[in-house]
Design a binder for this molecule. Structure first.
Ligand SMILES: Nc1ncnc2c1ncn2[C@@H]1O[C@H](COP(=O)(O)OP(=O)(O)OP(=O)(O)O)[C@@H](O)[C@H]1O
Length: 263
């Protein structure tokens, strides 16, 4: 990878987004995004609705094609894949990235353990017994081992979202993309998911997440990236962004969050 100018100190880059542009028709949704994410770094994207956070995550996971620019993904040995190269195997890239969306998207007809082990068994061909051993250990870690044979509709929203996260990490992905994972949850359940993300951070996961929950961003982020109209306005540690933002646009965004009606 080239330099990791804005990655966490002392870390090699896992992800490098270089000059990415994306349009939907006439609407330029991403306008020259440059972002480097270091190994074990947690980067949180904030910005108004429509600023391009989800689209950026989708381009990384190849759910959307970029119009211009490159996205590079490096494995633990430093081998770099240009995920935006049309010759790159999209399924191979997706197998290296864990993704969790706002709505839990668990398979309703499978019990929790089958949901958690599905990718290990079907994508990586792991024997069921081994996949289940890993899956049960994960469920134990998130306090849901007793729900292994329950179906998703018997779980609370917070529990379902924790299972969705367990499913995303079960294959030990190089990168985890979390898109608005708490916005469908009651406030008291947000804490459950926050604790789990902090635990993933402590265990060394590399995470890029989008959120509207500034308290969540403050508590988990190594670096917060503020997007406005498809461009990065400011990027820095949470104390900078939330307590001493350098850019007037960032200050204005945060001011409006605290006082949405402008009273
Ligand atoms: N498939 C699509 N076709 C057309 N326009 C789209 C598509 N996906 C997203 N957009 C538009 O791109 C812009 C950015 O959307 P995006 O979902 O990335 O924003 P966001 O910052 O994640 O917003 P939110 O915080 O509300 O999730 C929006 O104006 C949206 O309407």
């Amino acid at each position: 990878m080239t330099g990791d100018a804005n990655a966490g100190a002392g870390t090699a880059a896992v992800l490098e987004v270089q000059g990415v542009h994306k349009r939907f028709g006439e609407h330029a949704v991403l306008r020259g995004i440059d972002l480097v994410v270091g190994r074990h770094e947690v980067v949180v994207l904030i910005g108004a609705s429509g600023s391009g956070k989800s689209t950026l995550l989708k381009t990384i996971n190849l759910l959307e094609q970029v119009d211009d620019g490159r996205i590079l993904l490096a494995d633990a040995e430093g081998r770099v894949t240009d995920v935006t190269d049309p010759r790159t195997d999209a399924d191979g890239v997706r197998a290296r990235i864990g993704v969790v969306f706002q709505h839990y998207n668990l398979f309703p007809h499978m019990h929790v353990l089958d949901n958690v082990t599905l990718a290990s068994r079907k994508v990586f061909g792991m024997p069921r017994a081994e996949a289940e051993q890993i899956g049960l250990a994960l469920l134990d870690r998130i306090g849901l081992a007793d729900k292994a044979r329950e179906y998703p509709d018997r779980l609370s929203g917070g529990q379902q979202q924790r299972v969705a996260i367990a499913r995303a990490v079960a294959t030990d992905p190089e990168l985890l993309l979390l898109d608005e994972i708490t916005s469908a949850l009651d406030p008291q359940l947000v804490g459950e998911v926050l604790d789990l993300v902090r635990e993933l951070k402590a265990s060394g996961s590399t995470i890029v997440m989008a959120t509207h929950e500034m308290s969540f961003a403050r508590r988990v982020a190594d670096r917060v990236v503020y997007l406005k109209d498809g461009a990065i306005i400011e990027s820095g540690p949470p104390e900078q962004i939330f307590d001493r933002p350098e850019r007037a646009e960032t200050r204005e965004f945060l001011r409006r969050l605290h006082d949405p009606l402008g009273s």
